[in-house]
Unconditional design. Structure first.
Length: 399
């Protein structure tokens, strides 16, 4: 059987950017990541356990090649000592366990954060591809290609519509829930070749290298969540995380994620200093229009011209929804749209083709619970209700 992961570049760029920042500033952090499926699959995922373990065995045999390291080292924000670390890096099988708990597939990664944080995207890609391999691939690909052609046409139709002040820019964020690695490559290559005016990059570092595209990504929730357990006052964890990011990248990778404890609590910390230093903000939960209006109002209050900033939308987008948001905000600020599942796992309307809603999230750091209080209640993930209540109290977030 074809292995699912054959290159350690087949992951999202922000895993490398967070990895470097945490390696330089908090290499001693111990962490725990847990896999969760939020919807009901056609068959229990636990049936995949032997195959998942075989794929994890293979993943832990991989090393970065010289060509891969040369590519990463050519990104101006990646530092040479991080490349030296990656040169000797190898995933340790003892740090990750996949097991059955009844009919539930449980996957837990525990160990030094700089050794286990990279498992997340690979685990999600592995489970997804194994799951969909059991269904009719020919029918799925035929339907997927029809839908892909319709999306390409939707984008090409933009050329005949009224021009807004800022361009529409689309990114592929679809690695973690892709139908398969081969399908993601076909989708990204199709957009890159047929809609280059609007398609501006991918989060997948391997595809960015192979297809000569811009790799896209900055930070995810795990980076900010880690600071809840890194010795700063809890109320100050966002400011500490943002400050370390600024010091690490000094102007590069300037899109901040806003919903670790909700947009309102984020903006309370995102003062003039950070608003000037960061290029913009990323939306990942809650109503996107309300979020965007809050962001623009915040920039206006700080007397910053929003046309010099960027809002990136990445929460469960379809292309139709992205275009609607573009029409709403396109004359007022720079925009970016990171579409995931709807690009790389839109394979039909049958129950078998319904995408899995799977995540693998940081749940503990240095022995204590960490959490995110996103602007979408269903996205909250924490196994410690006492800590969750305390976090809500500290940031004045309603339950």
């Amino acid at each position: 059987m074809t292995r699912i992961i054959t290159s350690l570049l087949d992951t999202d760029l922000y895993k490398f950017t967070m990895w470097q920042a945490l390696l330089h500033r908090h290499p001693q952090t111990q962490s725990e990541y847990r896999f969760v499926c939020r919807n009901q699959p056609i068959y229990p995922l636990v049936e995949l356990l032997p195959e998942v373990n075989a794929e994890l065995d293979h993943l832990c045999s991989l090393r970065f090649t010289k060509g891969e390291l040369d590519y990463l080292g050519g990104l101006r924000f990646i530092k040479s000592d991080f490349i030296d670390f990656l040169r000797i890096f190898q995933f340790q099988r003892s740090f990750i366990e996949a097991r059955a708990e009844g009919d539930t597939l449980t996957i837990i990664a525990r160990g030094p954060q700089v050794h286990v944080m990279g498992f997340e995207i690979f685990v999600l890609a592995i489970v997804n591809e194994l799951y969909f391999r059991r269904f009719d691939a020919a029918a799925a690909l035929a339907s997927g290609r029809e839908r892909l052609a319709a999306k390409v046409q939707q984008l090409q139709d933009l050329a005949r519509q009224a021009t807004l002040r800022h361009p529409f820019e689309l990114f592929d964020f679809g690695l973690r829930r892709r139908y398969s690695g081969d399908w993601q490559r076909e989708v990204v290559q199709t957009f890159a070749e047929q809609t280059p005016q609007w398609f501006k990059g991918t989060s997948n570092v391997l595809l960015a290298r192979d297809l000569n595209l811009v790799p896209i990504g900055t930070m995810a929730h795990e980076y900010l969540q880690s600071y809840q357990a890194l010795g700063v006052r809890l109320r100050d964890f966002q400011k500490a995380a943002l400050e370390d990011w600024v010091q690490e990248y000094r102007g590069d990778l300037g899109i901040a994620l806003t919903d670790t404890v909700g947009m309102d609590a984020f903006l309370a910390d995102f003062d003039l200093y950070f608003a000037k230093l960061f290029d913009g903000l990323r939306h990942d939960s809650g109503d996107p229009v309300a979020w965007g209006e809050k962001a623009l109002a915040h920039y206006a209050k700080l007397r910053i011209d929003a046309n010099t900033k960027r809002l990136v939308f990445s929460d469960g987008l379809t292309l139709t929804k992205a275009l609607s948001l573009y029409r709403h905000f396109g004359d007022r600020t720079q925009l970016g749209f990171g579409i995931g599942t709807h690009l790389t796992n839109d394979m039909g309307d049958t129950p078998e083709m319904k995408p899995l809603n799977i995540v693998m999230k940081l749940t503990r750091a240095n022995g204590q619970a960490v959490a995110k209080l996103s602007d979408t209640p269903g996205k909250t993930l924490c196994d410690d209700e006492t800590y969750l209540a305390y976090l809500r109290q500290v940031f004045n977030v309603a339950n």
